[in-house]
Design a protein around this ligand. Structure first.
Ligand code: SF4
Length: 402
């Protein structure tokens, strides 16, 4: 697999800057090693005149053993540890709130550098533990059913901020210790943001998740979910072979243009062709694409929509994940009824599809995905504008819960 552009080179140049005037103080910007994948760690160690194998050692310390104190890295000589302290750091984002649901779901509110807040959610299920990871603060794509989209876009997360979510969650479960009461077995890049619009940082982080000297999560258990940034999807297979999910939500362009506005630029046919090319490129191209379909009452949940969806996907290797819409206060959409959900699902099963229904988890700790972080981040007052628009359109007062 190729590596994305070596942004670390720039960072390494910065950290080695020295003052030219004898009396001026030396300014050294340290490299945060947390977000460097194996290849970038190799480049880092070479740049400070050390052997390549140090990269694997440090990767293990940080991501397998959960150690972020250079002094505790006991198979590294004292001299090198001192050098690392002068040239590098290991800085993590900070958990500002942790919410535990009765069903075992754990939600983290995490403050990233600059003060922005994002969400990361851990969902246990039998022996599996799935971590839903964010890639951006907010999102620019403004899907009409998505709370995160209502906040607007603030910024991309750096690689250390993405992998930092995994590190913090693993630490909170004692995964770095001996007994490992719970473990992250699966990761979905499905939290706040569109991962393919933060390509290099997301790819670097996923490579750390899958690396044997780090978390060692199988490529079949790391999934990137996209709403359809086709040019980036076309490049993805050159850098990784993780699983792919497509946020489809509609089977015709007219409806999808409304629900997922990026569809106006990259319509359904173009997106599905790109997704198939990605799957064909993976070494075991028998893998299926996960199709995510959020069911919204009387919007995309009628039987004609099910028929259209079944016809659309007939020749595409897919499994379908139906997601009952989770209402939130800035949206007029309603949750699909259980009867309609079952009719929709049963029709697709009759048509030969593998269909799963995402059960609502962690109801007691939050409502819609992105909602808590949204309340903290909404500096653009974009959600206020949405609220005003709805009030005007419907002449109803939308009351914000306390
Ligand atoms: S659904 Fe995903 S891509 Fe769409 S606005 Fe929400 S976070 Fe962004």
């Amino acid at each position: 697999m190729a590596e994305p552009s070596l942004a670390v080179d720039a960072a390494l140049n910065i950290q080695s800057a020295r003052d030219s005037a004898a009396e001026a103080p030396t300014v050294v910007l340290k490299v945060n090693l947390l977000g460097l994948n194996h290849q970038k760690l190799v480049s880092f160690f070479e740049s400070i005149g050390e052997k390549k194998f140090r990269a694997a050692q440090v990767l293990k310390w940080i991501h397998q053993l959960g150690v972020i104190d250079f002094d505790a890295m006991t198979n590294i000589s004292k001299g090198l540890r001192e050098k690392l302290k002068r040239t590098a750091t290991l800085e993590l984002p900070e958990i500002i709130q942790q919410l535990d649901s009765k069903d075992g779901t754990r939600k983290f509110l995490i403050r990233e550098s600059g003060g922005s807040v994002i969400e990361t959610v851990y969902i246990p299920e039998g022996n599996r533990g799935t971590l839903c990871v964010s890639s951006q603060v907010g999102c620019a794509l403004d899907c009409s059913f998505c709370m995160t989209g209502k906040q607007g876009f603030s910024r991309d997360l750096d690689a250390f901020e993405i992998i930092g979510q995994v590190w913090l969650a693993a630490k909170s479960f004692g995964q770095f210790g001996e007994d490992r009461p719970r473990k992250i077995t699966n990761v979905v890049m499905m939290g706040m943001g569109e991962p393919l619009l933060n390509f290099d940082n997301v790819v670097d982080s996923m490579n750390i998740m899958m690396h044997d000297n780090a978390y060692g999560i199988s490529k079949r258990r790391v999934t990137l979910s996209t709403s359809g940034v086709v040019p980036a999807l076309d490049r993805l297979g050159d850098y990784t072979d993780c699983c792919l999910a497509i946020s489809l939500h509609a089977a015709n362009d007219e409806l999808r243009n409304e629900l997922v506005p990026i569809n106006k630029k990259y319509p359904i046919a173009m997106l599905l062709e790109s997704a198939q090319r990605y799957i064909e490129k993976t070494p075991d191209n028998r893998r299926k694409i996960t199709i995510e379909y959020t069911l919204i009452d009387h919007v995309n949940d009628r039987m004609e929509h099910a028929v259209e969806l079944a016809d659309l996907l007939r020749d595409v290797p897919v499994k379908i994940n139906l997601i009952p819409f989770n209402p939130f206060n800035l949206s007029n959409y309603k949750r699909v009824s259980n009867n309609q959900l079952h009719r929709f699902r049963d029709y697709l099963i009759e048509q030969g599809y593998i269909v799963t229904v995402r059960t609502t988890r962690g109801d007691d700790i939050d409502a819609a995905c992105g909602q808590l972080a949204g309340q903290v981040n909404d500096r653009t007052r974009r959600s206020e504008r949405y609220k005003a628009k709805f009030e005007e359109e419907q002449a109803i007062k939308i009351i914000t819960p306390e």
